[in-house]
Design a protein around this ligand. Structure first.
Ligand code: CU
Length: 112
């Protein structure tokens, strides 16, 4: 009886560990074309709407984004694409030209 409980508990704990390990991931993304505070808010607001992204903190000084995401809903390539769709380069994924053109002037320096 005691052994059965231990086996069940062990199974539960291992199952939970596997779950959390496979889902919540963190990654840093280089946002080299970001210019000003407006870029920061454009990216943070835009990324908050993307499904699977739990947190997207923009580090203005470091020109990077600290992302927490659910790996079963989104992957790094899709995150980079979502940043690109906002008009910014993400790592080596270039900014979407149409979105880039639509950015305010102060946000458009060397973006392409
Ligand atoms: Cu800007």
């Amino acid at each position: 009886m005691k052994n059965t409980i231990i086996i069940i508990l062990t199974g539960l704990i291992l199952g939970l560990m596997a779950c959390s390990k496979g889902e919540a991931k963190q990654v840093n993304i280089a946002l080299t074309t970001m210019q000003c505070g407006m870029c920061e808010s454009t990216i943070e607001k835009g990324m908050a709407k993307v499904e699977g992204i739990t947190k997207f903190d923009v580090d203005m000084a470091g020109k990077s984004g600290h992302v927490t995401y659910n790996a079963s809903l989104i992957d790094l390539a899709a995150i980079e694409k979502a940043v690109s769709a906002l008009g910014y380069q993400a790592n080596k994924t270039l900014a979407d030209p149409v979105a880039y053109e639509a950015l305010p002037g102060c946000c458009k320096v060397g973006g392409m």
